[in-house]
Ligand binder design. Structure first.
Ligand SMILES: [Cu+2]
Length: 469
């Protein structure tokens, strides 16, 4: 399938009926006449590299699933068909929609039974780059949940489109063939541990490793290149659809002008050499194509790039081996895209201290928020609609946590001690022993899940349920 659209067919797509365009892949069947969006969950054979086909679960027979274009505020009917032997949950990540259709078990959302069908309506909001993904908890089963191909871009057209680009490209990263390992990923941007930290004598539990890495379901060099022309302004919508990996991406010889984070326009678009995305984060960035050649857009991690994490960017009338050069080591900094104005004082502050209980060799680590792992029987924490809450994400572990709040966007107000304003997100990557503050004014009542988007962390306790009244 193609996730590359030109400005012209982008506009014609946006003009369709309810504002929906499903690009590529097969359409699912329907029971009661056609829905506006149909997702059929089933087995997919995906050729990710030459002579290397994997078996996974995906949407509508392809990986990633079809690009789903919706229009802000225009209601759509959704059909979910589940052709697998296990119940599924489809989560509309980044949308502010009622809990029953959000797609999280903790929120008591509607699920789709094994070999079942579910139809509901939702009103897409807010505009920008969103996505759908499985929200089941695979625990130790690496063939379920976000380890599979169950992810697809959702692009919600704004009511008015600035359209300052010549071409738009959707890129989703994902890793395959997961396995359990004791090897830990080194994070070079971990802060100093808090002074009261006492050493855990129990060895670290399981981590996840992967054999293959893809962008849009293809290892580097296997799929079609991104085709560009000199002088074009190309808008990249990039999604980290990983189960567990936080990644960096670089396009040597070019810079990214970051215009939106998690689908929300940033107050101060800024140029960077390297973009970083925690699991489930999205970056929209415009690249001016002024360096003709054939290039690799990929991860600066050499091993992961060799195992597929990249895509070729090819200028018209250029050929040859794609070029790669290592980027400068500039740290990713959310505050680059923010404003320096003072934010309103919150009505209430909610400290959320992230902790880890090492699982020991051959077992799973457990994760805590304010000293407790998720308890499905605990009363949800009450929030009041319209009140401004300051969430303090205080990471007392050496792992980076891409934490996500459902059914809301939050405003970053302080990152690693630096005040900021105006950057609206639904996931934020809190690095080891760092602190980030974000303000949220709950928009809609109902159950609202907060969790780490690293699948293994979420499954083993890193969740907290709010109830907005
Ligand atoms: Cu985490």
């Amino acid at each position: 399938m193609s996730l590359q659209t030109t400005r012209r067919n982008f506009l014609s797509g946006a003009g369709l009926g309810a504002g929906l365009m499903l690009a590529g892949c097969r359409r699912g069947g329907t029971a009661e006449g056609p829905a506006d969006v149909t997702l059929r969950i089933g087995n997919v054979l995906a050729e990710i590299a030459k002579d290397h086909t994997i078996s996974t679960i995906g949407y509508n027979g392809c990986v990633p699933g079809p690009l789903i274009r919706l229009r802000e505020g225009v209601p759509v009917t959704v059909d979910l068909f589940n052709d697998t032997d296990a119940p599924e949950l489809v989560h509309w990540h980044g949308q502010i929609i009622p809990a029953d259709v959000d797609g999280a078990e903790e929120e008591k959302s509607l699920g789709v039974a094994a070999h079942g069908h579910l139809r509901y309506r939702l009103t897409p909001s807010p505009s920008g780059a969103r996505f759908v993904h499985s929200h089941v908890m695979p625990m130790a089963d690496l063939a379920r949940g976000t380890y599979t191909g169950q992810f697809a871009f959702v692009y919600i057209e704004p009511k008015s489109n600035p359209g300052q680009y010549d071409q738009e490209i959707f890129l989703a990263t994902h890793e395959w063939e997961p396995y359990f390992t004791t090897a830990e990923d080194e994070d070079e941007e971990t802060g100093p541990p808090p002074p009261q930290q006492k050493k855990d004598e129990t060895p670290n539990g399981w981590e996840i490793g992967y054999q293959r890495f893809t962008i849009n379901g293809k290892c580097l060099g296997h799929g079609e290149p991104v085709r560009v022309k000199e002088g074009q302004r190309v808008l990249f919508h990039i999604l980290n659809a990983s189960a567990t990996e936080n990644i960096k991406l670089v396009l040597p010889g070019h810079r990214f002008r970051v215009v939106a984070l998690d689908g929300n326009a940033v107050p101060h678009p800024a140029l960077v050499d390297v973009i970083e995305l925690g699991t489930a984060e999205r970056v929209d960035a415009v690249v001016e194509m002024r360096n003709p050649g054939v290039w690799i857009l990929g991860t600066p991690k050499n091993d992961d790039r060799a195992n597929g994490m990249g895509i070729v960017v090819e200028y018209a009338n250029r050929s040859g081996a794609p070029r790669w050069t290592a980027p400068p080591k500039t740290p990713w900094d959310y505050t680059l895209f923010g404003e320096s104005r003072v934010t309103p004082n919150p009505d209430e502050t909610i400290p959320l201290v992230f902790g880890k209980i090492n699982g020991g060799t051959g077992a799973f680590n457990h994760w805590t928020i304010n000293g407790k792992s998720y308890d499905p029987n605990a009363e949800p924490r009450l929030l009041h609609k319209g009140r401004r809450y300051r969430l303090i994400f205080d990471n007392h572990t050496d792992d980076a946590h891409p934490v996500h709040l459902h059914r809301n966007s939050f405003e970053l107000t302080n990152v690693w001690g630096k005040p900021t304003a105006g950057v609206m997100k639904d996931v934020v990557l809190v690095k080891g022993f760092r602190k980030i503050e974000a303000d949220v004014t709950p928009a809609m009542d109902g159950l609202t899940l907060f969790h780490c988007h690293q699948q293994l962390h979420m499954d083993y306790g890193f969740k907290l349920l709010f109830n907005v009244v």
